[in-house]
Design a protein around this ligand. Structure first.
Ligand code: AMP
Length: 399
């Protein structure tokens, strides 16, 4: 159980409540100011609505993209304020300032009525944000009476708008952070078994901590994506021109040995989709991993592998998935990733998607409502699965 104060432990009636949300939504690369997926805004609504219903004055803050400490129009939160306003059915005051907090912003905040909602400009317009600068944290904290962290997606970072502010105001976690930690915490601590972890993505090096931690908890680990080739190489297989981390081969061997020692079943691809180029036009075919041609690269798991992974997922009572099975952005290499998405959607198990690319695959496939939980934080959920303490949560007052 989380021993941190919850939003329900705070007296918010008539108070200025400063809330860190994660409105770092994906924006269209071709049309300026167009939000392509508002899931993160939707995920923050329960906390915002609770504060409205309980007569608070609500001051929201978030970052968007990487403006690198300077005001940049393309990273303005103005369109986010408009979308939030639509979703809430209520005016949201956008407090636009290139330095996030200035005299006008202070004045506007002091004039808020109970139940009003305001949104500050992108906190990363200030370079102190990502350095957890004390002065900026003080400026932000001066706007509120109490602080709520509901930005799960940034809770693995110690920034001014989360960790900095937490030490300056009475603090609590919001409903989204609570839900994320509760669902993932239960899965890790007391999972219904069999517990299966599915890991993919480009690099083994990004997932070492996760694999090490999960080896103590799961019954099976399924490995796909680019990272599988380092494991296949460790088994003595040829992998042609596939992604390979030479310096991680011996570590992959160690991890496989550990899995055997702990009685954890470890599944690697039996067949893969190969091509000479990573394009949709390149000629592709499926080959066995025992028969890998030298001048090709593997870009997806093959059909036999899909079947085998599917069988294992069918047996599971808890599934955690992080990372695509192939280059799912390219249609001809996307089948493995979408097959895993479907297997999770069809399963009766507790199914948890750890944000990032797997979350967009589930969304794209239209299965978002068919899984138990899609995390709003890729990096944060990965660190949680590694068993690390999240600084944004650790900084919140204890119960
Ligand atoms: P990550 O950020 O580590 O989760 O990796 C996600 C990226 O890995 C996606 O952009 C995929 O296109 C890429 N990826 C997955 N499988 C492969 C592969 N076999 N070869 C190259 N890239 C891959």
């Amino acid at each position: 159980m989380l021993n941190k104060k919850s939003i329900k432990d705070l007296d918010v009636n008539g108070k200025k409540v400063l809330v860190r949300v994660d409105f770092n939504v994906p924006m269209s690369k071709t049309e300026a100011g167009v939000i392509t997926d508002d899931a993160r805004i939707v995920a923050a609504l329960p906390t915002i609505q609770y504060l409205i219903d309980n007569n608070a004055k609500i001051i929201l803050m978030s970052h968007l993209g990487r403006p690198k400490g300077e005001p940049k129009k393309e990273f303005s939160l103005e369109t986010v304020a408009k979308r939030l306003s639509k979703l809430l059915g209520k005016d949201v005051k956008f407090l636009n300032s290139d330095i996030v907090v200035d005299e006008n912003v202070r004045k506007d905040v002091n004039e808020l009525n109970n139940r009003d909602v305001a949104l500050l400009q992108n906190t990363r317009y200030r370079k102190e944000e990502t350095k957890n600068g004390e002065e900026f944290a003080k400026e932000l904290a001066s706007l509120g009476d109490v602080y709520v962290n509901d930005a799960f997606g940034t809770s693995h970072r110690a920034h001014a708008s989360n960790v900095g502010v937490s030490s300056l105001l009475p603090s609590a976690v919001g409903f989204l952070v609570e839900k994320e930690l509760d669902i993932m915490g239960k899965a890790l601590e007391n999972p219904a078994r069999p517990f299966v972890a599915i890991l993919g993505g480009a690099k083994v090096s990004d997932k070492i901590g996760v694999i090490e931690n999960l080896l103590n908890k799961v019954d099976s680990i399924i490995i796909g994506g680019g990272m599988a080739f380092t494991f296949l190489k460790a088994e003595g297989k040829e992998v042609g021109k596939s992604l390979l981390e030479e310096d991680k081969i011996s570590l992959a061997k160690d991890l496989m040995n550990k899995a055997t020692e702990k009685g954890v079943k470890l599944f690697l691809p039996k067949d893969v989709v190969i091509a000479k180029e990573m394009t949709n036009e390149a000629k592709s075919e499926i080959v066995s991993v025992d028969n890998f041609p030298a001048d090709y690269a593997g870009f997806d798991i093959g059909s036999k592998t899909i079947e085998e992974f599917d069988e294992e997922i069918k047996k599971a009572k808890t599934v955690v998935w992080n990372g695509p099975m192939g280059v799912f952005e390219i249609e001809q290499f996307s089948k493995g990733t979408f097959a895993v998405a479907k297997a999770l959607a069809d399963s009766d198990a507790v199914t948890i998607i750890g944000g990032g690319d797997s979350a967009s695959a589930i969304e794209k496939a239209g299965y978002k409502d068919k899984v138990t939980h899609v995390s709003t934080g890729g990096g944060a959920s990965l660190e949680f699965l590694e068993g690390k303490e999240l600084p944004g949560v650790a900084a919140i007052s204890d119960k």
